[in-house]
Design a protein around this ligand. Structure first.
Ligand SMILES: Cc1ncc(COP(=O)(O)O)c(C=O)c1O
Length: 379
């Protein structure tokens, strides 16, 4: 079946008890047993529940994995993946990764004897040189948030395989509609489902998609033991959101391309970071491995004062963290999403004070352009 058909039907069969076309929200903590040692497949909602199982089937299918587990946030999902490592293990991470991953690894997971190197994974040479005898994982975010660096997944997968490491890809920015990391050689995919998968800015969630039964077993053990599995209502919301993923992503992609072109031609914008533009240094890799360019764009307006002027004058775009919803969000990475990243790291990876990030929604693109234009003219 095609992507849109799978997104609507896999895991979303009519409710066997009533025929309801939409599975009910199983808002219950426990399940009554038929007799001692015999239940109907569920016993306690931390361990599993029907809405979670349904969503996990959909997500596994869309990413081409053999299993998926969903968590209370993207960070909870990512945390579970790093817990596949043992004390003494080393992981290579994209240096321009989402700030929360830097905080999780450098301030928390290091306390359990894990070692991390932050590397520009868009350069295979850098990845190769960062490999150590104890390297067990390469964790790639592509494109990166908010610097829009693209990593060649297939090329890094080769390096990772040659060193018996696990390749993990954060596919949040493009969604499985526009990029398939597993088909390119990754063993694990992670998502902040808070973003495009749900798409309506009304739930927080994360997913881990796996290809190896041994990893799946460990992640499920973690999910039910540590207890960060996603609750029924949130699973229901994300499942509903995913049904329109294909149509939403088509529109996000079209709007993203149009806004990127508009910004590139604007006299108040110094430069635009969007892999869909031929001027982007990783444009060719993006063309090869993506099925579109999505709707995340960063652009530089030189300094904090100009950025503040734009952000304080938008009317239709909303000044807010997060991304991937139907409504356009605009933010200032240096003081918002990436404020926890040390200033010297921010400078090195290009999160300047003049950088603005926009998550282009699916409104009429002419309205978005008019809004951005009037805000940019306030500089
Ligand atoms: C690329 C990326 N990965 C992971 C996360 C973390 O997800 P969550 O906020 O759902 O915990 C985010 C959050 O912004 C993100 O942008």
């Amino acid at each position: 079946m095609g992507f849109a058909t799978d997104a609507i039907h896999v895991g979303q069969e009519p409710d066997p008890a009533t025929g309801a076309i939409v599975a009910p929200i199983y808002q219950t903590s426990t399940y009554v047993q038929e007799e001692l040692g015999k239940n109907k497949g569920y016993d306690y909602a931390r361990t599993a529940h029907p809405n979670r199982r349904a969503l996990e089937r959909t997500v596994a299918k869309l990413e081409g994995g053999s299993a998926a587990y969903v968590f209370t946030s993207g960070m909870a999902a990512i945390d579970s993946v790093f817990r596949l490592l043992r004390p003494g293990d080393h992981a290579i991470i994209s240096e321009a990764v989402y700030g929360g991953v830097i905080r999780l690894t450098t301030q928390l997971l290091v306390q359990w004897g894990l070692e991390f190197s932050f590397v520009d994974t868009s350069s295979t040479g850098h990845v190769e040189r960062a490999i150590k005898p104890n390297t067990k994982m390469i964790y790639v975010e592509t494109p990166t948030n908010p610097t829009m660096c693209v990593t060649d997944i297939a090329a890094v997968a080769k390096i990772s395989a040659a060193h018996n490491a696990t390749l993990v890809v954060d596919n949040t920015f493009l969604s499985p509609y526009l990029q398939s990391p597993i088909a390119l050689g990754a063993q694990i995919v992670v998502h902040s489902m808070t973003k495009y998968l749900n798409g309506h800015s009304d739930a927080v969630g994360g997913a881990v998609i796996l290809t190896r039964p041994s990893d799946a077993e460990k992640i499920y053990f973690l999910q039910r033991s540590a207890g960060a599995g996603l609750a029924p209502m949130d699973c229901f919301l994300v499942s509903r959101g995913i049904k329109t993923l294909a149509v939403r992503m088509k529109q996000h992609d079209a709007n993203g391309r149009a806004i990127a072109r508009f910004l590139e031609d604007h006299p108040c914008v110094r430069h635009v970071l969007y892999p869909g533009l031929p001027s982007h240094p990783h444009h060719n890799v993006a063309v090869r491995q993506q099925r579109g360019f999505g709707a995340m764009i960063s652009f530089d307006v030189v300094n904090l004062e100009s950025a503040r002027n734009v952000l304080n004058h938008v009317r239709l775009c909303s000044l807010a963290e997060s991304l991937g919803g139907v409504e356009t969000l605009i933010s200032h990475p240096a003081t918002m999403t990436h404020a926890s990243v040390p200033p010297e790291v921010r400078e090195r990876i290009g999160i300047t004070d003049g950088l603005i990030r926009i998550s282009v929604g699916i409104e009429d693109v002419e309205d978005l352009i008019e809004d951005l234009d009037q805000a940019l003219r306030k500089i």
